[in-house]
Design a protein around this ligand. Sequence first.
Ligand code: KDG
Ligand code: MG
Length: 402
Amino acid sequence: MATIDRAEVLITSPGRNFVTLRITTSDGVVGLGDATLNGRELAVAAYLRDHLVPLLIGRDPARIEDMWQYLFRGAYWRRGPVTMTAIAAVDVALWDIKGRVAGLPLYQLLGGRSREEVLVYAHASGSSVEEMLDDVAAAREAGYRAIRVQCAVPGSAGTYGVKKNGRYEPADHALPDEQPWDTEAYLQFAPGYLAAAREALGDGFPLLHDVHHRLAPLEAARFGRSVEPLHLFWMEDPTPVDSQDSFRLIRQHTTTPIAVGETLSSIYDVKQLITEQLIDYVRTTVVHAGGITHLRRIFDLADLYGVRSGSHGASDLSPVTQSAAVHLDTAIPNFGIQEHMGYPDLVAEVFHGGATYAGGALHPSEEPGLGVTYDDAAAARFEYSPKYLPVARRLDGSVHDW
Ligand code: KDG
Ligand code: MG
């Protein structure tokens, strides 16, 4: 029996910070898992290095489910993004190894293809409505068949979701940038620019919007109602998800579809949302929700209630996660859509292979396992430096949800 010989925690910053776990077996098979938690990277790196790596050495890499249970139940302290990201890194690396040993791409191990392609949505944004419409046109030109639209709210400098110099990278300060937020200004402004985007795209084109946890439940209900005639594909994170019951109130008032889950890390965090059919798309992702093993369990639960997947795919999820996500998206019955944000150019120097974009869709690698390799020499050129997500403050100076 092959055993786990080595597990290395690799940190690099090719345009943004990434943490990667690399597991090597006694047969020399190598598997990769993403362990990046934006703005809290070193907490996961320490959790892996100090607490999980010593538990892995000498164990059977083929026993993925048992390893998952061992790390989750065995810790006594359960759940939370740091724990679940660390467990995900181990889980995905072991799935990668299983695929490489079998000589099969990961989606084949997950049951094979359910679809020919993974539909993705692009990001279009602007600091003005004109700039946003130009970006919408550029995304269409690039072949995207679904587009998420965000526009800077007058008076809310640094509005989330808006690109700077052609890229959106919110974790870009050595200490958190503090940004003003005016909810009423947003509520008055956003429906108008979304209407302009709808007019440009035409009826039926999938148009998405991220509210990014900024509204109270009743404000979210008002927003959802006000954009109902635009038939959004979804409004994302309309209110903070700490309390799953809040979504009942939103649901009672609007038929605008709801997507939630990018900050959530376990099936228990989405259980009520799914079983009470309070959402339409669950956005939990491989890296932050316990890996392939746990995310598949979430998607299976979602399928029972007619909820589809819509996984988070921002640039803080490494190409290892993107590849794993596209394999899972290819295999599950209840796929909805996949976010596709792209990476800084330097990222391709460190991570080779993985999913490929063509014609508005992502396609899984046909290489065994995930199909991603890690270039140590390139990685060594990009030193880690702390980068934080911003913090939002209301007009009276108090802290708001970012
Ligand atoms: O790390 C935080 C980002 O991933 C998040 O702000 C991006 O909301 C986001 C999205 O929908 O991609
Ligand atoms: Mg989001």
